[in-house]
Design a binder for this molecule. Sequence first.
Ligand code: GBH
Length: 474
Amino acid sequence: VEALPSPVRSAFPTGFVWGAATAAYQIEGAAAEDGRTPSIWDTFSRTAGKVRNGDTGDIAADHYHRYREDVRLMADLGLTSYRFSLSWPRIQPGGRGPANPAGLDFYDRLVDELLGRGIAPVVTLYHWDLPQELEDAGGWTVRDTAHRFAEYAALAADRLGDRVATWTTLNEPWCSAFLGYGNGYHAPGRTDHAAALAAHHHLLLAHGLGTAVLRDRLPAGTQVSLTLNLAAVRPLSTAPGDLDAARRIDGLANRIFLDPVFRGRYPEDVLADTAHLTDWSFVREGDLAEISRPVDSLGINYYTPTVVAAAEPADLAGPREDGHAAELSPWPADEGIRFLPAEGNRTAMNWPVDADGLYELLIRLRDELPGLPLLVTENGAAYEDYSDPSGAVRDPERIAYLHAHLDAVRRAVAEGAPVRGYFLWSLLDNFEWAYGYSKRFGIVHVDFASQRRTPKESARWYAEVIRTGDLPPA
Ligand code: GBH
């Protein structure tokens, strides 16, 4: 007799990719070794007042020297894939000229170590560490940086392309543009919304030019992708002002990426909403054709939903619910919009836990981009760890968070969302950007004094999910 199909809620699809993610500046350390030059994050973290406690990525989790041990940890977890980023200033110091062989050697060794343990590498070319020299020449606000990125992509592809089957051009260009150049919470710390919109366009152009280079140089069948931190935008109510606020933020968070990449055009309403900041003359003929080159999948990073409403007149002067001062919004053209916290428990980042937002996003992408494979390239949470006398590191809230979000993925898959895999953020506690080492996202605890790694309870929980291909009873 033929086996009955298993009930839809019982398991993830066969072949589902179980991963964990990291980024170069957040874990590698070795900031001045083997020819690496500073990136904008080295400069930013050395600038007083930018990163909590004056933390830098100089040493981070020392992964540059401990990658073998870290890959062993991944193998112990049963990961089938590992998503990491390449450090541009390690591979191409200064962002121009020939490759630095010593920098490429590191990734070569890492890739071989992963493959030797049956773990598929997923490479992100750009996770925010622009070579400082390129920032000095204008950074992402100038067009040339997109061309420099394509050149860097070629150097990486030529060395690693024979063994890396999945490539992502950019991680979260929203953050690079709007936190980097809009409110300055991230490197390079500029605060100019017109510059942020130019940066946004040049990042997308870099994605398109980089995609062309990868297609050209990589073996047929290599997957090329882009990772976006799309927002699950919800209006506070169905009042027209709240609905309009949701339309505008959906435009600036989602459609400003999805329309150019997948439809070859910028959304008219976003162009109109931002017309007082820029005339968009940085968009040249042919750019949108470049930007909309086909990709093989879309990566989505999701942490918490975005709830918006029309601002009451009194709100316009006061501090925002999300803690940002009104004058320091990352969003260009968000005048008159109020950001509110979603319901739900808060993580250590103060981000509300709301797994339905992930489900909603995956269903939306199922409907709007039919047939495009999706990857959850980041999802996870920062919490305090509790050590018990046996030395175990307990993190029950993280387990609850992961359970709820993986259940959301499973529900979306059962309803036809083509989600091919899930990468947990993060494998290791690491340098959490403007929060330095004060926030821990890892399922493996890192003692930053001794660099000792201790898998948390969430790591054992995740290993069991991977082993069974299913979630345990809640
Ligand atoms: C990701 O960024 C990064 O890819 C990763 O490197 C990082 O460590 C991880 O997540 C955890 O932070 O309050 O107006 O800025 C996620 C960054 C956080 C950006 C939430 C958008 C909400 C909008 N996102 N943020 S706002």
